[in-house]
Design a protein around this ligand. Structure first.
Ligand code: IDP
Ligand code: MG
Length: 135
C-alpha cells in the first residue's frame, strides 16, 4: 500500500464536514490508516507550510490552521495515493475547483479551502513523518 497525508482543516471541522469529506475518500476506495482530531501548535504549522514562508498569506495561513482542531489522517491506496487524493480535493482556489471535488462542492474561499493533501510522494513522506513521528 502507498500512503499520503491528508488533513481536514479547521473550517471543515467547524462546519461539520469531516464525515462528508472522509466519506468521499473511503468511497473512492482509499482507506484510513491513522486519524486523529488534533490541535496543531504554531511550530508544527510553520514547519508544515515552510514552502510558503515569506509569501503574503503565510502568517494568515498559520493562524488559520491553528485556530481550532484539525483532523489529521494517513490515507492509503494501491498506488500514487497522493495524486488520487489531490484529484478528489480539486484546485487550490475553490472558485476554480470543479464540481464533484471537495473544494468545488463545499468551499468558496482560497484560504479556507477545507482540506490539505500532500502534493508529491516526497511531500507525503515528509508530512507523514511530521504529523505521525512515532512510526
Ligand atoms: P494546496 O493546499 O492546494 O496544496 P498551496 O498552494 O500549497 O495549495 O497553498 C497552501 C494553502 O495556503 C492553501 O490550501 C490555502 O489554504 C492557502 N493559500 C494558497 N494560496 C493562497 C492565496 O493566494 N491567498 C490566501 N491563502 C492562500
Ligand atoms: Mg500545497
Amino acid at each position: 500500500m502507498d500512503s499520503t497525508f491528508f488533513m481536514c482543516k479547521p473550517d471543515a471541522v467547524e462546519r461539520g464536514l469531516v464525515g462528508e469529506i472522509i466519506s468521499r475518500i473511503e468511497r473512492k476506495g482509499l482507506v484510513l490508516v491513522r486519524a486523529e482530531l488534533r490541535q496543531i501548535d504554531e511550530a508544527t504549522a510553520k514547519a508544515h507550510y515552510s514552502e510558503h514562508d515569506g509569501k503574503s498569506f503565510f502568517d494568515d495561513l498559520v493562524s488559520f490552521i491553528i485556530r481550532s482542531k484539525v483532523f489529521v489522517t494517513e490515507v492509503a491506496g494501491p498506488k500514487d495515493t497522493w495524486a488520487v487524493v489531490r484529484t478528489l480535493i480539486g484546485e487550490t482556489n475553490p472558485a476554480k475547483a470543479a464540481p464533484g471535488t471537495i473544494r468545488g462542492d463545499f468551499a468558496v474561499d482560497i484560504a479556507e479551502n477545507l482540506v490539505h493533501g500532500s502534493d508529491s510522494a516526497q511531500a507525503a513522506a515528509r508530512e507523514l513523518a511530521l504529523f505521525f513521528p512515532e512510526q
